[in-house]
Write a protein that binds this ligand. Structure first.
Ligand code: ZN
Length: 126
């Protein structure tokens, strides 16, 4: 199960803060006694939406991943690990818990790791 690099707890979901722009249509008529307007929503249609922050649901800190990486993170194919927990081999590789990973990215001492299948294959050939 994926683990949050901040609180170190296992998480099986993400807490996402997103936004949505929408067109909302109303019927507006005079309310009871004719003293105020009453707005009745007819429909609402989103025309744009996005994601601002992808966070740990437990500590609510923002994780350094994008929308396209959420699925891989939840599947465990992309790990977020603190730099101090890994052994850096070179700029592109690191070992963590005895396994070799490719370093995809680094944000504020948090490494974004992917299992290094290609690297291991290369090592076994040579
Ligand atoms: Zn957390």
């Amino acid at each position: 199960m994926p683990r949050c690099p901040f609180c170190n707890k296992e998480i099986n979901e993400l807490y996402v803060q997103g936004w949505e722009c929408a067109v909302t249509r109303y019927y507006v008529h005079l309310g009871e006694g004719g003293k105020w307007l009453e707005w009745e929503q007819r429909d609402c249609e989103a025309y744009d939406s996005g994601v601002d922050h992808i966070c740990c649901p437990l500590c609510e800190r923002a994780l350094p991943i994008g929308e396209s990486e959420m699925e891989d993170f939840l599947k465990g194919e992309l790990l977020l690990v603190r730099r101090e927990e890994v052994e850096i081999i070179d700029e592109e590789c690191a070992t963590y818990n005895g396994k070799t990973y490719e370093i995809e990215d680094e944000t504020d001492e948090i490494l974004c790791l992917r299992p290094a299948r290609t690297v291991q294959a290369k090592l076994s050939v040579s």
